[in-house]
Design a protein around this ligand. Structure first.
Ligand code: PEP
Ligand code: MG
Length: 566
């Protein structure tokens, strides 16, 4: 078995077609007639643009508009005077077109690759694709036609470039395996858009595998099964059929309300980390965003984002959501989330230390600039503010006072914002669970963060395998904590959601229905699954299961029982 990155889920069983890299060797030469050489170069660029435009049209039909834009991007790059102009200058200086294209493309590839940033590195892959295409045209090399691959083909290549993807016929290509690429590379995006199972970054795939051999591509687990036995083929055929059945069935839940079998309605939101994710949340049929983890805006950079930069990011998410709820969590750093430029001191016990709301309340300028950015964006949608890691009521009060200060500043400057913006608490510490009845009187909503709540209730670090047996949201203490938080919110008449991973767990869902949760916030790919699970339970059945679970005393007993009933 070969391991790689699970880039597009599903299972493909088929025969390997190795996509060889064709030789693009040439003899560099000095040209005397530079005008003729320039003409040859421009003809090649025109042919490239024409071909790419056709490919983009094909991709638009097979994968979608956004995916086609990747190829249109190649045309814009090739029309960019910075790129074309430098190539022309090389040719005018006497270089042949091939050498000019290769040298200048290599220069861009190196510049883009050296930043270490994934998005810029992707542009290097785009320039490589452009270079291969133009050199192929100049040298008259015939590129392998993936479009002619027979039914049941698994493409195996060093890299699947966007232009190669254009030739993919969804009916015939059952899987993709590459030696390079990541979850966010264009080949991954395109494979997902085409719904073809893909495993990327499989070392030496093109040399370890040979054309014609049978292969199973497990894009859900990131595995490639070579020389499968009859039993394995049988097993994976069943898995594939179950996967496709489930996928088809889940589509029935798209565009529907989130209702239990007895008709109670729930909000089904998504967790996001960037404004771009807001679009993914909408594509996944999320009904809003229950957790925008803003720390991602502060990571992977050398200085704090300005108020304006943050405003643009929050506004962009609000616009994409078109009036749907957007809960923005204020900066949650410290613990496992490090931001080097903030110069946080090393702590003996960072998870119990100077983090999240504690840090923000001591760095009021930073906090206020974030609050102002969120408030300004609230003029563009249904935005709510949420404070992480609350353990004492003063933290909520101080945070709210700062929101009022930020509002006063904006008012004085005549800037629009939502005067009635809701301010909620992320209940993710044992302390917040215990004082939930107090917090509920002063917060506009709760959202339960079970990832931390489990750790802080059980005093167990999930990264430590020696105590992993304790880290479970099904521990009676954690369930009692969740039950209490929901009860306190319900009694105070405020909405209560859950944005920790447990919200998407089919075994947890009946308990949450019974406790009275009003909103579930889950990762985008889980939306339809959660809607389906909720639809299977009546309130009465969920109550019965919940009563039984809450009478049990061990995690093992509880999970065994839940596995049997869900
Ligand atoms: C949580 O703690 O449950 C949560 C959703 O927040 P994070 O995972 O970002 O700590
Ligand atoms: Mg948390």
């Amino acid at each position: 078995m070969l391991k790689g990155i699970a880039a597009s889920e599903g299972i493909g069983i088929g025969k390997v077609m190795i996509i060889e890299e064709h030789s693009l060797e040439y003899q560099p030469k000095q040209v005397a007639d530079t005008d003729a050489e320039l003409q040859r170069f421009h003809d090649a660029v025109d042919a490239f643009c024409e071909e790419t435009m056709e490919q983009a049209e094909a991709v638009k039909k097979s994968a979608g508009e956004k995916e086609a834009e990747i190829l249109m991007g190649h045309i814009y790059m090739m029309k960019d005077p910075g790129m074309v102009g430098t190539m022309e200058a090389q040719i005018t200086g006497g270089q042949c077109a091939e050498a000019a294209v290769e040298q200048i493309c290599d220069m861009f590839i190196e510049a883009f690759s050296s930043t270490g940033d994934e998005v810029t590195a992707q542009r290097a892959a785009d320039v490589k694709d452009i270079k291969t295409a133009i050199l192929s045209i100049l040298l008259g090399v015939k590129v392998v036609k993936i479009s002619e691959a027979p039914a049941g083909t698994v493409i195996v290549a060093k890299e699947v470039t966007p232009s190669m993807t254009a030739g993919i016929n969804k009916e015939n290509i059952v899987g993709i395996v590459t030696e390079t690429g990541s979850q966010t590379s264009h080949s991954a995006i395109l494979a997902r858009a085409l719904e073809i199972p893909a495993v990327l970054s499989v070392e030496n795939a093109t040399t370890q595998l040979s054309s014609g051999e049978q292969l199973i591509v497990d894009g859900s687990e990131g595995q490639v099964i070579t020389a499968p036995s009859e039993a394995e083929i049988q097993e994976y055929t069943e898995k594939r059929d179950a996967f496709l059945r489930e996928k088809r069935e889940l589509e029935n839940y798209r565009g529907k309300k989130t209702l239990s079998a007895s008709g109670e309605e729930y909000e089904l939101f998504c967790n996001i980390g960037t404004p771009k994710d807001a679009a993914k949340a909408m594509e996944a049929d999320g009904e809003g965003v229950g957790l925008f983890r803003t720390e991602f805006l502060f990571m992977d950079r050398n200085a704090l984002p300005t108020e304006d930069e943050q405003f643009e990011a929050y506004k962009q998410a609000a616009i994409v959501l078109k009036g749907k709820g957007l809960i923005i969590r204020t900066l949650d750093i410290g613990g496992d989330k490090e931001i080097p430029y903030l110069g946080l001191e090393k702590e003996e016990n960072p998870f119990m230390g100077f983090r999240a709301i504690r840090y923000c309340l001591k760095h009021r300028d930073l906090f206020k600039s974030q609050l102002k950015a969120i408030l300004r964006a609230s003029a563009f949608g249904d935005i709510r503010i949420m404070f992480p890691l609350i353990t004492a009521i003063e933290e909520l009060r101080e945070g709210k006072a700062l929101v009022e200060e930020a509002k006063a500043d904006l008012r004085a400057s005549g800037i629009d914002f939502d005067e009635n913006i809701k301010v909620g608490v992320m209940t993710e510490t044992a302390a917040s669970g215990v004082i939930a009845h107090m917090l509920a009187k002063e917060a506009d909503f709760f959202s339960i963060g079970t990832n931390d709540l489990t750790g802080y209730t059980m005093a167990a670090d999930r990264g430590n395998s020696d105590v992993a047996y304790l880290y479970s949201p099904f521990q009676p203490s954690v369930l009692m904590m969740i039950q209490r938080i929901i009860k306190c919110a319900t009694e105070a008449g405020i909405p209560v959601g859950m944005c920790g991973e447990a919200a998407a767990n089919p075994m947890m869902i009946p308990l949450l229905i019974s406790f009275g949760l009003t909103e579930f916030s889950v990762s985008a790919p889980s939306v339809l699954k959660v809607r389906k699970t909720i639809s299977k339970w009546t309130k009465a059945e969920a109550d019965k299961v919940c009563e039984k679970v809450m009478s049990m005393t061990t995690e093992a007993e509880i999970t065994q029982y839940l596995k049997d009933v869900v």
